[in-house]
Design a protein around this ligand. Sequence first.
Ligand code: C5P
Length: 419
Amino acid sequence: MTAALEPGRQQRRVLLIIGGGIAAYKVLELIRLLRKEDVNVLPVLTRAGAEFVTPLSVAALAGAKVHEDLFSLTDEVEMGHIALARAADLVLVAPATADLIARAAAGLANDLATTLLLATTAPVLMAPAMNVRMWQHPATQRNVRQLMADGVTFIGPEKGEMACGEEGPGRMTEPADLLHAVLERLNEAEFRFSSSEERPLTGRHVLITAGPTHEPIDPVRYIANRSSGRQGFALAEAARDLGARVTLVHGPVNLPCPAGVHCVAVETAEEMLRAVKDALPADVAIFAAAVADWKAKHTADAKLKKDAEKNSFTLELEKNPDILSHVGHLEKDRPKLVVGFAAETGDPVAAAREKLRRKRADLIVANDVSPQKGVMGGNFNEVILVSGKEEERWPRMMKNAVARRLMEKIAGILQDSDK
Ligand code: C5P
């Protein structure tokens, strides 16, 4: 299992902040799973969290004292709140409630949990769980964007039926997937290069496309798709961490431009193609964007009126340029490595092989985006690498772990081709 902690490493400590939501009961299972993987859990229970699970259950499963109070004299003597924040290799907030997210986004420190979130320098993961309307409220979305910009990684929420009876995004990610995310992040924290010369992509230019494109129909309507851009943004961060100069050409997304990455924001496929051409030459080009295959043949200058007499409406579409295929077929300035993605709901390998040939790519990353897999818009991905005659299946991983492993693989291929 790739996400398991590699042997021979010192035991890691996860500060687990349990917020006040019904999903708190699932965190008991998560503690058990973490302990099974030899991860030490430092549990923190908010006042609201203690309404859902008891300190005794948490302490028994964690095999550790539960911290609840910011102003506890005994705790301050044993381990002060700053020491507690520093003791962790990683902080996980689960369930992250709307209130906890809001207080963290505002930088408040009015209880032990928020104080620890301000005092820690460790990576922070949050697993939100709340009513779907609370999650979708602009205030919550604003707070989430702020925390993401501050470096917090969100896992979930997942779509589905919730305890309150409503359906939609709001369910906390299942304990097994949270375990995966934690282990991957702990392994990642180990992943450091001591100097820039050691980074395998130093001196290389990596060009990445990400997100959807919007194809206008009239001034207010457009054709789009469900791509979040997460996989492409994660690739940009991974390439940057390996030392590359990164150009990220992206469609309309809800993600901040990663620090140290050159972002070019576009709307349509035509604009994306232009931005890609402008960014060449590059050593590697990775096409992770979900480009709309079709655009309106005629874009209306004024809003199209609905005709009360008619029950149907025909919109004539024409093909968009295929950006990957364009770059794959370049004679001059073709990057050494051209990588595409194949998001399929059928047999991903057969489709990837066909795309590899037709678009003249060197490598296709195939994945199954059937709704039950939760890949589109989610944090996890399960991919198969298809190149030449080979096929490599990777287990289900977080998108940033897929990104890191893919960039390492790409760095290896480039190094081999230099020999
Ligand atoms: O043909 P399909 O859209 O499934 O191909 C997927 C791959 O091709 C992805 O890498 C995608 O970014 C790229 N692509 C592109 N321009 C298009 C359509 C797809 O670059 N117009």
